[in-house]
Design a protein around this ligand. Structure first.
Ligand code: NAP
Length: 303
């Protein structure tokens, strides 16, 4: 049985790690190729666009894919739309694995906006020193905001039109609350801008602690009439159902709580969790805050 995981996220890597060592299950992860040194998932990896919906349909047929899990980032709306269209045309079951967005807590000063242009229009009224955590492709949206100084954090250097007053921090997460607090203080940040990506909450926790306003860009709408799962564990349960009857489905066991079964030492190895990720990312809680630690399910025993 062959699974295509559309990746580029922590969840995509966790799912690939969980599937890669299950006997009879072949997992191919697909990355867009945006970063020069991506974190590689376990199992086979292909890199680069498919060439639109037609290209993806061709790929699914040529490689005889049995199921697709779209584990791309919640803001990768084009890839998700293509996956939905291609899966329907090729008759391949599709699951969209989409981590939950964040929920405002007491003490938060959030301003939700529909898109990056609205965020750029709002920030000058909220502060002068802005921490941009929306990714390098989003920095151009702030190019005309001359009233503010920006600190932008991204994995790769930004390109194209950029704000006049910009400092770039090349870093890859996960980040800690203590680290974020120190960064915000060091740069005297007075407003944070983020996409509602979900997952790790360190920057939001730090902003709350300092009483800073946060401009949160809403997600693009979810694809209509598509099966979705909020966690890696739920995606594994879906795969198990989809592959029902194949020997590989038995390898995709769960504890009954949606978490992968870990009957013993061999099972831990089969899931490839420890070796591939160094922590229990294969089973992630629906709670955004817990995703940072990947502690939604019991950690495998230390050996
Ligand atoms: P996008 O705008 O939704 O997709 C644009 C095109 O890039 C797609 O039509 C497809 O090209 C190609 N593509 C995207 N994801 C791909 C994948 N996993 N495998 C193969 N081709 C892919 O995508 P994006 O927002 O630029 O995101 C690109 C990648 O970065 C995704 O894998 C996503 O998970 C990751 N990422 C995105 C964000 C974000 O904020 N958008 C944040 C973190 C990680 P073809 O039409 O030629 O197939």
């Amino acid at each position: 049985m062959k699974i295509l995981v559309l990746g580029g996220t922590t969840e995509g890597r966790a799912l690939a790690a969980a599937c890669a060592a299950v006997p009879g299950l072949e997992v191919i992860s697909s990355l867009a190729g945006r970063t020069s040194s991506p974190l590689l998932p376990a199992g086979a990896v292909r890199v680069g666009g498919f060439g639109g919906v037609d290209g993806l349909v061709g790929y699914l047929r040529e490689h005889r894919i049995d199921a697709i899990v779209d584990a791309t980032h919640p803001f990768a709306a084009t890839m998700t739309a293509h996956a939905v269209a291609a899966a329907a045309r090729a008759g391949v079951p599709l699951l969209v694995l989409r981590r939950p967005g964040w929920t405002e807590q007491p003490g938060d000063e959030w301003r939700r906006v529909p898109d990056l242009a609205a965020a750029a229009a709002l920030v000058p009224g909220l502060g002068e020193r802005v921490f941009l955590t929306t990714g390098r492709q989003s920095i151009a949206a702030f190019a005309e905001v001359d009233a503010c100084w920006f600190l932008a954090r991204s994995v790769e250097p930004p390109a194209g039109q950029l704000p006049q007053r910009l400092e770039v921090l090349l870093e890859r997460g996960p980040f800690t609350v203590a680290g974020e607090l120190a960064l915000l203080a060091e740069h005297r940040i007075d407003v944070l801008v983020s996409k509602d990506s979900g997952g790790t909450t360190a920057k939001l926790d730090a902003a709350r602690e300092l009483g800073l306003p946060v401009v949160l860009v809403d997600r693009p709408p979810a694809p209509p009439a598509t099966e979705t799962a909020p966690t890696v564990a739920a995606a594994i349960a879906w795969l198990r159902e989809s592959l029902h009857g194949s020997p590989a489905a038995d390898g995709l066991g769960t504890n009954g709580d949606g978490c992968p079964r870990r009957a013993g030492r061999q099972q831990e190895q089969d899931w490839g969790v420890r070796g591939a990720l160094g922590r229990n990312e294969a089973c992630v809680s629906a709670a955004g805050g817990q995703q940072e630690q990947g502690l939604g399910c019991p950690r495998p025993r230390a050996r």
